[in-house]
Design a protein around this ligand. Structure first.
Ligand SMILES: *Cc1c(COP(=O)(O)O)cnc(C)c1O
Length: 357
């Protein structure tokens, strides 16, 4: 039986996509072999790579002056790749709004004068700083931010206006709502939340930011290496790129990002409304900064949180335990989570509340 999987990542994939991958697993496109067994230089895989790239460009309206690359190493590797490709003046500002943002900042500090221009640590990362009042430094290479904070359940709904390029870790909300790519110099995302199995990382970079890496930047981390070679400098995560292509086709069929955003807003509203109207469950994120993708909440005690997680699993609601630094529960409701999953979670929450009040 399939369960509703609320894992923060790797996370649910659309059932249709899994079924299609299963059908084609032993014999892709009449080749007599699996895509997992196929050379990344073969005609069939090159077509997959090109289609995935083109569909992402279409879905996110990525302008011609940006390149898309598919690499390995996770979003975490881009924490280092960003300064190594961009820190020519040796200065960058960071917005530290959560765990991953903080890791990116620490990595930036290794390569130059990275500065924390704003942080929400004072209130346990339960809000996003007001982007209009942040004082950025002059003469910086970039500003780094994390559009959606996966662990704490916050998201930027407005981005700062600065002269320096904005670099955005979009791992946990890429393709979930409309974003104007033109606002960013670089967008990167690990695929395992909204796009594909783990091992694929997507980097979208404006072309004027590609060709000036630091001398010490390893060949594999240089964006120009990947752009020149159409992500085939070395063996790419080919199976994940194939699943990404299927997910992009599915997204397009669903009506693209605007249609997805509507469903995501509806799903999140159902859960937030239920939590806000309950005297049993709490979400402590500032309302205007709440994530559409990751919704942390707690029951009245640690014992009840533990009990909730255990009993939920028996009811087909799995991987809902919160991150250890926040505790409680976290419902990750990415694009592939159907609205039925959220409704089923709410039904369980009602039942659990009645039984444990
Ligand atoms: C999951 C996540 C990461 C880490 O991604 P990896 O691919 O595991 O390195 C980084 N940033 C954000 C916002 C995330 O949600």
């Amino acid at each position: 039986m399939r369960v509703f999987n609320f894992s923060p990542g790797p996370s649910m994939l659309p059932l249709e996509v899994l079924q299609e991958a299963q059908r084609d697993f032993l014999d892709y496109n009449g080749t007599g072999m699996s895509i997992a067994e196929m050379s990344h230089r073969s005609k069939d895989f090159m077509a997959v790579n090109a289609e995935a790239n083109a569909l992402l460009r279409e879905l996110m309206h990525i302008p011609e002056n940006y390149s898309i690359i598919f690499v390995q190493g996770g979003a975490s590797q881009q924490f280092a790749a960003v300064p190594l490709n961009l820190m020519n003046k040796g200065r960058a500002d960071y917005l530290v709004t959560g765990n991953f943002a903080s890791k990116a900042f620490e990595e930036g500090c290794k390569f130059g004068d990275a500065f924390c221009a704003a942080s929400s640590k004072d209130k346990k990362y339960t809000y996003i700083p007001d982007v209009d009042t942040i004082k950025f430094r002059d003469d910086i290479d970039y500003v780094h931010l994390t559009s959606n904070n996966t662990i704490f359940g916050t998201r930027f709904t407005k981005f700062p206006t600065v002269d320096a390029p904005l670099v955005c870790d979009m791992s946990s909300n890429i393709l979930s709502e409309e974003m104007d790519v033109n606002k960013f110099g670089v967008i990167y995302a690990g695929a395992q939340k909204n796009i594909a199995p783990s091992s694929l990382t997507i980097v979208i970079v404006r072309n004027d930011l590609i060709n000036n890496p630091l001398d010490i930047c390893p060949t594999m981390l240089r964006w120009d290496t990947q752009v020149k070679n159409e992500s085939l400098y070395n063996t790419p995560p080919s199976f994940s790129i194939y699943i990404a292509m299927l997910v992009f086709r599915w997204l397009k069929k669903m009506g693209g990002v605007p249609a997805m955003q509507k469903i995501n807003e509806e799903k999140a509203a159902l859960l937030y409304d239920f939590i806000d109207n309950s005297s049993f469950y709490t979400n402590s994120v500032v309302v205007k900064d709440r994530s559409l993708m990751n919704i942390p909440f707690v029951a009245p005690s640690d014992e009840l949180n533990d009990k909730f997680v255990k009993e939920a699993a028996k009811n087909g609601i799995v991987a809902i335990k919160g991150h250890r630094v926040v505790g409680g529960m976290r419902a990750s409701i990415y694009n592939a989570m159907p609205i039925e999953g959220v409704k089923s979670l709410i039904e369980f929450m009602k039942k659990f509340e009645l039984e444990n009040k």
